[in-house]
Design a binder for this molecule. Structure first.
Ligand SMILES: [Zn+2]
Ligand SMILES: [Zn+2]
Length: 154
């Protein structure tokens, strides 16, 4: 699912290319930034800003080899929110699948357990940042690259 843009000049609706889409998602996760793009119909320049508010408490991404942050974004489809990583671009439509991946990655790598706290039943919540193991990002970089070929993981 690409982010949809409406050109302020000619009102044409279009989906930006994948590279632009990725920078827009990163800006959305941070809740700030400016992305320049071109309308695919009238070729006028569009300055796009995310309208998402900054994430309250982001989660560490549960994808192997990724030390990015996952936050809730408002999806453009039916106003449903999705969870998305600003680093690897992974997204989860159903939070249950996100929690399952958190459970799985912690079973594989013990240091990953310093990032999450058990919530109710299957749910996880982010652990306070200062509890995270000191060399977390270095350890995650040593993990094998994730094998999934699609951004939408569940
Ligand atoms: Zn246009
Ligand atoms: Zn990620």
């Amino acid at each position: 699912m690409r982010i949809e843009i409406t050109c302020p000049n000619c009102h044409h609706c279009f989906n930006p290319n994948e590279a632009i889409d990725q920078s827009m998602r990163k800006a959305q996760v941070r809740g700030e930034g400016l992305v320049m793009l071109e309308c695919s119909a009238c070729f006028s320049d569009i300055a796009w800003r995310p309208n998402a508010s900054p994430p309250e408490t982001p989660f560490r991404c549960p994808v192997s080899h990724c030390s990015g942050w996952v936050s809730k974004l408002l999806s453009d489809e039916m106003d449903r929110s999705v969870l998305a990583c600003g680093e690897c671009g992974s997204e989860w439509r159903d939070p249950i699948n996100f929690f399952i991946e958190i459970t799985e990655i912690q079973a594989q790598y013990a240091y990953r357990t310093s990032c999450y706290r058990r919530g109710s039943s299957i749910e996880w919540s982010p652990a306070p940042f200062d509890l995270e193991v000191a060399d977390y990002e270095q350890k995650v970089r040593d993990e094998p690259l994730d094998q999934k070929t699609t951004f939408v993981r569940g």
